[in-house]
Write a protein that binds this ligand. Structure first.
Ligand code: UDP
Ligand code: MG
Length: 324
């Protein structure tokens, strides 16, 4: 019988000082396990010496390594997609290259899947978040709103640090959308997920790629991809302002008839024009966000473009050819 195999999918963007440490840490953990494993590194258009570091670990030829290099930065979501396409394991893990997420935890996840037939995925969530209070509050708010307005469930604090069984990954790959919001996709495909707590370590080297601005864009991406609720705001606001207008109309008529007040003009009109103009532009913007995504999806652009691929399997088959 074939041995079970684990695939580690590792997105890397400007991680030159982390690759070798990650490689050795992972090798140390998984050499001690009885199953086979492969490491699939995705160089997501890094501008530093990440590629050199990746090629140097590939050229050691002591572990099963794949290095997929993108032609530019396509984002972590695209990197995960590419990694899934290359993965050949029965279990597939998404793990960061900066050692904030430990390979030891992955071994624990695999054990859970091996021991519990009913689970198809193990996801780690951060028990204690290490970010500032404001970011933490904003993230809580995000989960509250999206859980209330979207049909799928988002587990608060769950990261994309997960281990899947093969069928889940195949399901994720069958979704061809260009704008990939992984957390949503992982929930959308269903299956049984087991959530385990973990504490994120300090970054091994380098800096996080998440600025407040990027986090905000990411949250918008989540909303637009997983709920059409913002589109319904227009209907609600429209009905509400119409109602206000009718009430105000009666007030003005009654004032004129009973008290004979002159209709208060200029300031009311300016405020109303600004208010309604503002609401309309905001709603147009929201519709635009959806439309823009449809437009880009319609172009059927690829999710990433490959520049170079190093694959241990190719080396193996060449070696076998030589032996023959
Ligand atoms: N990453 C990537 N492409 C990007 C941004 C990040 O592949 O455009 C990778 C990065 O190299 C790391 C992982 O995604 O392995 C998580 O990024 P980071 O550590 O910056 O996020 P944080 O841990 O701070 O949430
Ligand atoms: Mg990190």
């Amino acid at each position: 019988m074939n041995k079970m195999k684990l695939s580690l999918v590792v997105p890397c963007y400007n991680e030159e000082d982390n690759i070798r440490d990650f490689y050795h840490a992972a090798k140390h953990v998984f050499d001690a396990e009885e199953y086979e494993y492969e490491m699939i590194f995705i160089n997501d258009g890094s501008k530093d010496k990440t590629q050199e570091a990746l090629e140097s670990v590939f050229n050691l030829h002591e572990a099963c390594v794949v290095v997929e290099t993108f032609s530019r930065n396509f984002g972590k979501e695209a990197a995960i997609y590419a990694g899934f396409q290359k993965a050949t394991g029965d279990f597939i893990t998404v793990i960061d290259a900066d050692l904030q997420q430990r390979p030891e935890t992955v071994a624990r996840m695999v054990k859970i899947l091996q021991d519990n037939e009913e689970f198809d995925c193990v996801a780690a969530y951060q028990e204690k978040r290490q970010e500032g209070k404001l970011v933490s509050k904003l993230k809580d708010m995000f989960y509250k709103i999206i859980n209330r307005t979207s049909e799928i469930e988002f587990f608060p604090g769950a990261s994309d640090f997960r281990t899947f069984r093969r069928p889940v990954v195949d399901a994720v790959l069958s979704l061809p959308e260009y704008h990939r919001f992984s957390k949503g996709i992982f929930s959308w495909v269903g299956f049984n997920t087991c959530y385990i707590p973990y504490t994120a370590e300090k970054r091994n080297a380098g800096e996080t790629k998440w600025s407040i601005n990027k986090l905000f864009r990411y949250a918008v991406e989540g909303f637009i991809s997983y709920t059409t609720f913002p589109l319904k705001i227009a209907t609600g606001l429209g009905l509400f302002t119409s109602l206000c207008a009718i009430i105000y109309l009666f007030v003005v008529v009654i004032q004129k008839l009973c008290i004979g007040n002159p209709v208060p003009g200029y300031p009311t009109i300016v405020v109303l024009i600004l208010l309604l103009g503002g609401i309309q532009l905001t709603i147009l913007g929201i519709i635009g966000e959806y439309l823009a995504r449809m437009y880009i999806q319609e172009k059927h652009r690829p999710i990433y473009i490959e520049k170079k691929l190093l694959d241990y399997k190719k080396n193996q088959s060449e070696a076998e050819e030589k032996d023959r």
